[in-house]
Ligand binder design. Structure first.
Ligand SMILES: Nc1ncnc2c1ncn2[C@@H]1O[C@H](COP(=O)(O)OP(=O)(O)OP(=O)(O)O)[C@@H](O)[C@H]1O
Length: 325
């Protein structure tokens, strides 16, 4: 869907992006992760031509972006930036109408689509249409920013630190909400963050950058269990335990858990086996059921299985060597 081939962006002597080649597949969320100044934002801005390439090519939906007018290209690409970037003197309605106005939509169409996107983002239109950005919380502003990016239903969404301006608690809950948004599910999304947790929570794949170069591009599991080099290992070291639990799914543990019990008490907690091990661990701890354990609910016909925290950790220990090279 988006193809970067040998992309370089140079500012004077500095190569902000250095010979980057990567593909973002249709419908996936690719996270650009890395420390400040490693070239994430520049890479994103090259895709919608807010910056121009020094070298290499970028294709969006099979067409070289050089051969498209920037305005035309940007109609196919929603753009969400840190702090939402709303116009302070425009109401929510006016902020969302910016793109439809550029597209010369009729008023009726703009109005009905505005109502629709606000509903999609769980912001009742009657309550929010006429509010100004300063009357909204950071999370609500971020949602309006996303509504504006989604209003023309572009197939591609670029997000630059979309949750960066929020406090950690709001950030976590908004992030979780965004992850489950139907409106974003089939979009091809590139999201920039320097937050490791965020990258692992939202990315189908993660591209870890340093000094303008790609250090590794892979699934969260690949980065954790098959780091490409010492930089990747070092970058993830601090968060490794939690990330390991986050990238392992309960169904993967099944072969390493004790056999399914015949008569599982009906009052035991249960969790879908599609959940990750971190979620299961958090549930056990939050409900004080560490000794009692929980039931892994199968999505297929195989029987449910019960496991305590000790069982889960033992299974993780037996599974992880099989994932390493
Ligand atoms: N317009 C510009 N002119 C000169 N140098 C620039 C320009 N834009 C970015 N740079 C430099 O290019 C490098 C990459 O910047 P970029 O904004 O892409 O990094 P980033 O990974 O997004 O960082 P952050 O997380 O801090 O936003 C940095 O060294 C930055 O100073």
């Amino acid at each position: 869907m988006i193809l970067l081939s040998n992309v370089t962006k140079q500012y004077g002597n500095l190569k902000a992006v250095d010979d980057v080649t990567l593909e973002v597949k249709e419908g996936e969320t690719l996270v650009l992760l890395g420390t400040s100044g490693c070239g994430k934002t520049t890479t994103l801005k090259l895709i919608n031509r807010l910056e121009e390439l020094t070298d290499g090519t970028i294709e969006v939906a099979g067409t070289d972006i050089k051969h498209q007018k920037p305005e035309e290209l940007r109609r196919k690409i929603g753009y969400v930036i840190q702090g939402a970037g709303l116009f302070p003197h425009y109401t929510v309605q006016e902020n969302i109408a910016v793109v439809p106005r550029l597209l010369h939509w009729k008023k009726d169409k703009t109005h009905s689509r505005t109502l629709e996107v606000l509903e999609l983002l769980k912001m009742p239109p009657q309550q929010y249409l006429h509010k100004y950005p300063h009357e909204l919380s950071g999370g609500q502003q971020q949602r309006v920013g996303l509504a504006r990016a989604l209003v023309a239903n572009p197939p591609v969404i670029l997000m630059d630190e979309p949750f960066g301006a929020l406090d950690p608690i709001t950030r976590n809950s908004i992030r979780r909400e965004f992850k489950n948004l139907e409106a974003l599910r089939n979009k091809t999304t590139v999201l920039v963050t320097h937050d490791v947790q965020e990258a692992f929570e939202l990315g189908d794949r993660i591209c870890l950058m340093d000094d303008g170069e790609v250090q590794q591009l892979g699934t969260p599991q690949e980065l954790i269990f098959r780091p490409a080099n010492a930089f990747v290992t070092h970058f993830l070291k601090e968060h490794l335990f939690q990330l390991q639990l986050q990238v392992l799914y309960l169904h993967q543990l099944r072969p390493f858990l004790p056999p399914a019990a015949q008569d599982i008490a009906s009052n035991v907690l249960s969790i879908a086996e599609t959940a990750n091990v971190l979620e299961a661990t958090q549930l056990l701890i939050a409900t004080g059921a560490i000794q009692q354990g929980l039931i892994l609910e199968a999505t297929t016909a195989i029987p449910a299985q019960s496991a305590t925290l000790t069982d889960l950790m033992a299974a993780v220990e037996r599974l992880t060597p099989t994932l390493r090279p």
